[in-house]
Design a protein around this ligand. Structure first.
Ligand SMILES: [Zn+2]
Length: 280
């Protein structure tokens, strides 16, 4: 293919960060950590392998997702527990924080709300960083494994992809039909999953998760949240993720409530301040 004479010069232009995030409100991690010290467990849900489960955490509570029994990745959906229209916005969280989330970073909600739903307060895989392939953990670049893509690529009818697991779990939680629940399911935070993009073709890749039993990712709920977590049929996602081939394990979700007054005058963040007049 022919290229312009100044092709190299054009490629050599320095990139600029799309969304410099120095002005993002900084989470009060020290306050959260202090409140966490005296917190008591108020609920737990064991999500079975190749299935999903729902949980709820009130604003100011903590929820922890733990690996138990064996290496396993989880696909997390999050909604405002009082209004399902407000849900996790994977794409904007990626634009603000980068391809993978860790301690101090947040799960942001959809328009027109765009506010922090949950802040990561602890990540026992924080040591992993970015590996030699450009891989890291807890990504917001994947979507969720789903039966439609499986059908498109291989004509399969597999029913325990994360998309279907999340749909069933939400339908049960809300007491609605699968058809009513499905449109609420959205792109996930890939908990414990190790992913990246290949440098040569830019393709999405996965590799065996470094997670081991006892590892966990813990969040501070900034608003009342309803969560759904799927224990992906890919297990540790070392090979494939839309079949019953991989070894799969449960995931544990625990919810912790701080002592009364432990958060001082902390307040749940308001919805985004844009006036929504859109130039009219
Ligand atoms: Zn999955």
């Amino acid at each position: 293919m022919s290229q312009p004479e100044d092709a190299e010069a054009r490629r050599a232009v320095q990139p600029v960060i799309c969304y410099p995030n120095e002005t993002l409100p900084v989470p009060e991690l020290a306050l959260y950590a202090k409140a966490r010290e005296g917190a008591e467990k108020v609920d737990e849900v064991l999500v079975p392998a190749r299935d999903a489960g729902c949980f709820r955490a009130k604003a100011g509570q903590f929820f922890r997702i733990s690996s138990v029994d064996g290496p396993q990745v989880g696909d997390l959906n999050l909604w405002n527990a009082n209004d399902l229209n407000e849900r996790f916005y994977s794409g904007k969280s990626r634009a603000l924080h980068g391809t993978h989330l860790t301690t101090g970073e947040r799960m942001w909600s959809s328009f027109p709300y765009l506010r922090p739903m949950a802040t990561i307060t602890e990540d026992t895989l924080g040591w992993y960083g970015m590996d030699q392939y450009g891989g890291s953990v807890h990504d917001v670049i994947g979507t969720r494994c789903d039966p439609y893509t499986g059908n498109l690529l291989s004509g399969s009818q597999y029913h325990h992809c994360c998309h279907s697991n999340l749909t069933r779990a939400l339908a049960d939680e809300l007491g609605v039909s699968l058809a009513e629940a499905e449109p609420h399911v959205h792109d996930v935070l890939n908990v414990f999953m190790c992913t990246g993009f290949t440098r040569d073709t830019g393709q999405y890749f996965m590799k065996a998760s470094p997670v081991r039993p006892g590892d966990y990712l813990e969040f501070f709920a900034e608003i009342d949240v309803l969560g759904a977590l799927s224990a992906c049929p890919g297990g540790d996602c070392s090979a494939e993720h839309s079949s019953d081939t991989a070894a799969c394990y449960p995931l544990l979700v625990e919810v912790f409530a701080p002592q009364e007054g432990a958060l001082g005058d902390w307040q749940s963040p308001p919805v985004n301040g844009y006036d929504r007049s859109h130039g009219r």
